[in-house]
Design a protein around this ligand. Structure first.
Ligand code: ADP
Length: 458
């Protein structure tokens, strides 16, 4: 159901509820007022009749009947019956006495002095009239024709007011709901027009401070993030294909040149060795890209197990040394790492090894002495691994950018690389709920610090 209709119906339901309660309250109090007033009139009339019959000697029941017959103040369908002390009727306004009250009702009047009750369409008051001469019980019954007519009119008016109010409220509700939802409809229409090709479009935020403005602002922020992500993805694909194409072009060029004419064995060997170099380069890049995809996927946590971090560091050292025998990698384990618990983490071993491998490799390749010092220590429930080198360092403005895929600082371009290693390292460390930070001084050296939570059995 549309919100507009929902709001209108809720509006109607609330107003209907309030109207029913108020109209009922008015009706009930009016009905009570009518009844009280009518009983009051009956009671007064009964007293007046009693006074006439009992107090004035000249008036007997026949005379009273005549008086009452022509009395213009008589009530509609008025009937009067008077009982003496021994419950005999001493006066009845009707020839044919329709009303006859039981002794127990007469006794109740005698006991209580006055009673009021209803019988069919008649409202009846019974009073005990006591004078020095005599005690009589007077019953007077009548129909409040005018009162009931007024009540009927009131009912009709109330039903009409109720229906008209609901109709007015329905249309007013629709009108106000459409008016307040208009900005949302506007936002929906604008959002509808935004697609992949015009992600730079934004929703009109307006100048208000209401929820719609907040919604539009939130939506615009989301669009900004989407646009950034989309741009990043586009750049990533462009960079990745460029990085993959370059070595392929180099290999093709080298092989084409070699095949142009007959070459010596030495020249063939050189060409093949150079092509192999490029192929290994390509291999490394595709491995890193694959790992980056793995570290970004939801399933990376599936291969988690308990890992001894010292083993992984030793293996990573071996891997790096296999690639370059000239690298010097010093490992320094803190003395406090005296138990297995202080060296065990939970994670994906292949990814953690790749991250450490990358940081060791960077430390060696970006320093003139090709040396990196790795220190391993633990504080509380974390293991801290620091990679320190005396290399080219990183400029302040580059520090936040080196974790972006394919970003390479200007001072690093003479060294081989793709600029993808650190973004992979950061992803892997974050994936394992760890932290990574860098301290660096250009031309002095860099220190990369990673912190990983230790395994806790709990
Ligand atoms: P790559 O080393 O293949 O270029 P990385 O993602 O590992 O890619 O590093 C990104 C950039 O960060 C490098 O190009 C370099 O500019 C800088 N960098 C990383 N490690 C170091 C380091 N130890 N010393 C100086 N610069 C570094």
């Amino acid at each position: 159901m549309e919100i507009r209709k929902k709001i209108s119906f809720q509006f109607i339901a609330i107003v209907a509820f309030i109207l029913i309660i108020s109209l009922l309250a008015i009706y009930i109090s009016f009905s009570k007022y009518r009844q009280d007033e009518f009983y009051e009139r009956l009671s007064n009339k009964a007293r007046a009749v009693g006074q006439l019959l009992i107090e004035i000697d000249e008036i007997d029941s026949d005379l009273l009947k005549k008086i009452e017959k022509n009395n213009p103040t008589s009530l509609a369908n008025e009937k009067i019956i008077i009982y003496n002390e021994v419950n005999h009727i001493i006066f009845c306004s009707e020839e044919k006495n329709q009303f006859h009250f039981q002794n127990d009702i007469i006794a109740q009047v005698k006991k209580e002095g006055e009673i009021k009750f209803r019988q069919q369409s008649y409202e009846i008051v019974g009073i005990l009239y006591a004078s020095e001469r005599e005690k009589v019980v007077i019953f007077i019954a009548a129909t409040d024709i005018y009162g009931f007519r007024k009540m009927k009119n009131l009912r009709i008016i109330m039903i009409i007011v109720f229906c008209i109010s609901l109709i007015v409220v329905y249309f007013a509700g629709r009108f106000f709901a459409s008016r307040s939802l208009k900005p949302i409809v506007k936002v929906i229409n604008q959002v509808d027009k935004i697609g992949i090709t015009n992600l730079n479009n934004r929703v009109d935020e307006g100048e208000g401070r209401d929820e719609i403005t907040k919604l539009a602002k939130t939506f615009n922020k989301m669009l900004e993030r989407l646009e950034d992500a989309f741009k990043m993805q586009k750049n990533f694909i462009a960079n990745a294909s460029h990085e993959l194409r370059t070595p392929l072009t180099v290999i093709t060029g080298q092989l084409d040149v070699v095949l142009m004419s007959d070459r010596s064995d030495e020249e063939y060997r050189n060409a093949i060795s150079s092509a192999l170099d490029e192929i290994s380069n390509l291999n490394q890049l595709s491995n890193k890209l694959l790992m980056l995809a793995q570290a970004s996927s939801d399933f990376s946590g599936m291969n988690y197990s308990k890992i001894r971090i010292d083993d992984v560091i030793w293996q990573a050292r071996q891997d790096v040394l296999k690639g370059n025998k000239n690298f010097i990698i010093n490992l320094d384990f803190d003395n406090n790492l005296d138990s297995e618990e202080k060296l065990t983490i939970v994670g994906n071993e292949i990814l953690i090894r790749a991250a450490i491998n990358n940081l060791i490799d960077n430390g060696c390749k970006y320093s003139h002495d090709n040396k990196v010092n790795v220190t391993i220590s633990s504080i509380d429930s974390e293991i801290i691994i620091k990679f320190f080198d005396n290399g080219i360092g990183i400029k302040k403005e580059d520090i936040s950018l080196i974790f972006e895929p394919f970003y390479r600082a200007k001072n690093a371009t003479s060294t081989k690389g793709h600029g993808i290693g650190l973004s992979l390292v950061q992803k892997i460390i974050f994936l394992h709920n760890g932290k990574i930070s860098v301290n660096s001084v250009p031309d002095k050296g860099s220190e990369f610090i990673i912190t990983l939570p230790l395994y806790s059995p709990r």
